[in-house]
Design a protein around this ligand. Structure first.
Ligand code: PRP
Ligand code: URA
Length: 206
């Protein structure tokens, strides 16, 4: 299952991060604002339970988030979304999954992992801005699926149709929420039109 964000606000921010002329600091800020759009959308799909709240006037029923949330930014580029998600979900725990795509084989290789303990009420939210072949996200989802949880949601900024198809084939129960679905992958595994290398643009590397 997937959801693609729509509307002028998110499209405006995407136009900033897509432009090759956008400097690193403005790229980071727009990525943060896109993270807010994504986090609000993800928050609509969190498991919840009913509570009775006493207002100054009466009591009323309210829905509150149930269980614990664990955010998993996929290093490095997922860090660009983390602060925004923590603003919307301040009680979330954070785990880290370090994956580097081998630029020849396009296979994601793990170089770091540090995940908090999980239980049957845990909702994992994976932050991976670019879903290109889908290999990095798929590797992460496979790892999380083996842990106790109640739901897994993935948030991305731009997906390629090929990557989304891979996730939906390998992980049909995961909900993927993205800012845009682009046209295709080029022959070196970059999303077109895309934005280039998200990690490099966020952190000034090449
Ligand atoms: C990028 C990006 C995704 C991955 C997507 O990471 O941040 O995690 O590629 O590609 P895929 O869907 O084909 O796996 P990269 O390996 O470049 O590392 P970085 O974030 O450290 O730059
Ligand atoms: N990773 C990126 O950062 N960009 C792409 O287009 C593909 C993978």
């Amino acid at each position: 299952m997937h959801t693609i964000l729509h509307g002028t606000g998110i499209e405006h921010e995407l136009s900033i991060i897509r432009a090759a002329s956008t400097p690193m600091n403005e790229f980071r800020q727009a990525m943060y604002r896109i993270g807010l759009h994504l986090a609000v959308e993800v928050s609509k799909h969190l498991p919840h339970e009913e509570r009775t709240v006493t207002t100054p006037l009466t009591t009323t029923k309210a829905h509150v988030v149930s269980g614990e949330i664990v955010l998993i930014p996929v290093l490095r580029a997922g860090l660009g979304l983390l602060d925004a998600f923590l603003h919307i979900m301040p009680s979330a725990k954070v785990g880290f999954e370090g994956l580097r795509r081998n630029e020849e084989s396009l296979i994601a290789e793990e170089y770091y992992s540090n995940l908090p303990s999980a239980n049957a009420s845990t909702t994992f939210i994976v932050l991976d801005p670019m879903i290109a072949t889908g290999g990095s996200l798929s590797t992460t989802l496979t790892k999380l699926t083996a842990l106790p949880h109640t739901a897994i949601i993935a948030a991305g900024v731009i997906a390629a149709p090929e990557g989304l198809a891979t996730i939906e084939r390998n992980h049909p129960r995961a909900h993927v929420i993205v800012g845009a679905l682009d046209d295709h992958l080029n022959d070196v595994g970059y999303i077109v039109p895309g934005l280039g290398d998200a990690g490099d643009r966020l952190f000034g590397t090449e």
